[in-house]
Design a protein around this ligand. Structure first.
Ligand code: SF4
Length: 439
């Protein structure tokens, strides 16, 4: 009788970038003959991919490690929190090994040590596109690691290092394989997408019959050729972002920009040491909308950053209203260990932070409501994420909705709709971030 293949469980926490790391680990495990288990009991060992961005994320990661130890016993930790090995070992002395973010070799080494693969594994065929944790019809495409910026509230550069871009042809090859395997929507991610290629001086690489520069616009243009939805995340408003709006207007890439503005007060942006000049942002957004009227802007903001006055906060509220930010996420400032902003003067009282957060959310909810109402009666393209038992409708997304973070269009249909199908619906109702649509 064949020996049972060693089986690994994966717990993946954190952002889409961490999810891509988990997918790479899974692809390696499967290509080496390991089986995967969706439960603690079914696994011989568990890999926990952690997030260490905010103190709340650290606490969640430490809890997940604790749960995996209690339920399974054999645990390897990787990911951003892996940088803080002593904290992990102090909290959970039973952890077998700790490795840091995107250290695939080290994770595999740890797995080999604690759960050797079979001597002669019947290696399962792994698709060229690798194995993914996202549904079959959308996939995250990571174009670089690390970040050259030094925002004062952020410890990511100290965890993930400086920007290291992937050559353009490597990114395009992965995109091509994903599309061949059935992906209908590519979600471009990194820490700083519009800085792509700066570290490699925009080096050219051979792709098909041409040379492609590792440059934001050039990459977007090539991705636009695959004929699937391409959505851009974590784009800072450097001047060359303007060029990409033209590709959106032409329908080459989705008219969607995820720009983490974080604030609108020039004084605070300076204290935050934010990249890209955000002066005259209202004018720039207006000019983008002139070129591409359907442009959706998603952003995230921090309230209660040290030194934030009531005036600064009002500036922020005015900005989201005047710029008509379509999707606005809000985070309460956290005094993250190791972040330079800890040492700034004039920290804002927690009560004021909580109150500003509530006011932000009120304005944001009103804007979302107005936006939803304006959509009623319009005919829009949507992609299906599959049947949803709770709403008894097909959960779909419009071009304005990224998976997990934005809204949903609930579509009723007499005929079955396949996951990943793209089709047109008429919007019949709106509530919050949810729309209702009919075929
Ligand atoms: S751009 Fe700023 S917030 Fe984003 S990863 Fe880099 S340092 Fe952190």
């Amino acid at each position: 009788m064949a020996a049972k293949a060693p089986t690994v469980g994966i717990v993946s926490l954190g952002c889409p970038k961490a999810l891509v790391d988990s997918e790479r680990i899974i692809t390696r495990l499967r290509s080496e003959g390991y089986q995967l288990s969706g439960s603690y009991e079914g696994a011989d060992l568990v890999v926990v991919n952690t997030c260490g961005f905010l103190d709340s994320a650290k606490a969640e990661s430490l809890d997940a490690i604790g749960e995996a130890i209690a339920e399974n016993g054999k645990v390897i930790v990787t990911g951003c929190l892996g940088k803080e090995e002593s904290l992990i070992r102090e909290t959970h002395p039973k952890v077998l090994e700790v490795t840091g973010p995107h250290q695939y070799e080290a994770v595999m080494g740890a797995v080999h040590t604690h759960l050797p693969r079979l001597h002669d594994p019947k290696v399962d065929l792994v698709p060229e596109s690798g194995l993914r944790l996202t549904p079959r019809h959308y996939a995250y495409l990571k174009i670089s690691e690390g970040c050259n910026n030094r925002c004062s509230f952020c410890i990511i550069p100290s965890i993930r290092g400086d920007l290291v871009s992937r050559p353009a042809n490597a990114v395009l090859k992965e995109a091509e394989q994903l599309v061949k395997s059935g992906v209908k929507e590519l979600l471009v991610i990194s820490q700083d997408t519009s800085a792509y290629g700066v570290d490699m001086k925009y080096a050219e690489s051979k792709w098909k019959d041409r040379s492609v520069r590792a440059k934001f616009f050039d990459l977007c243009k090539e991705l636009g050729e695959f004929g699937v939805w391409t959505r851009l995340h974590y784009v800072y408003p450097y001047p060359h972002v303007d060029e990409v709006i033209g590709l959106m207007a032409e329908g080459k890439i989705l008219p969607y920009l995820d720009i983490p503005f974080q604030h609108a007060s020039p004084r605070l942006l300076k204290a935050m040491k934010r990249p890209a000049n955000q002066d005259k942002m209202l004018e720039r957004i207006a000019s983008w909308r002139k070129v591409c009227p359907d442009l959706t802007i998603r952003s995230s903001f921090i309230v209660g950053f040290p030194g934030e006055t009531e005036d600064d906060f009002e500036t922020l509220l005015d900005f989201i209203e005047e710029a008509e930010i379509d999707r606005a996420g809000c985070f309460k400032y956290e005094n993250v260990d190791g972040a330079p902003s800890r040492d700034l003067d004039d920290h804002v009282d927690q009560d004021d932070i909580d109150e500003r957060y509530d006011r932000f959310m009120e304005v944001q909810t009103e804007l979302a409501h107005a936006r939803g109402q304006a959509m009623i009666g319009r005919t829009i393209d949507v992609i299906s994420d599959g049947w949803d038992e709770d709403t008894e409708a097909y959960a779909c997304r419009s071009k304005a909705d990224a998976p997990e973070i934005d809204g949903v269009v609930n579509v009723t249909s007499e005929t079955e709709i396949a996951e990943g199908a793209i089709f047109r619906v008429r919007v019949t109702a709106a509530e919050g971030h949810e729309l209702k649509g009919a075929l």
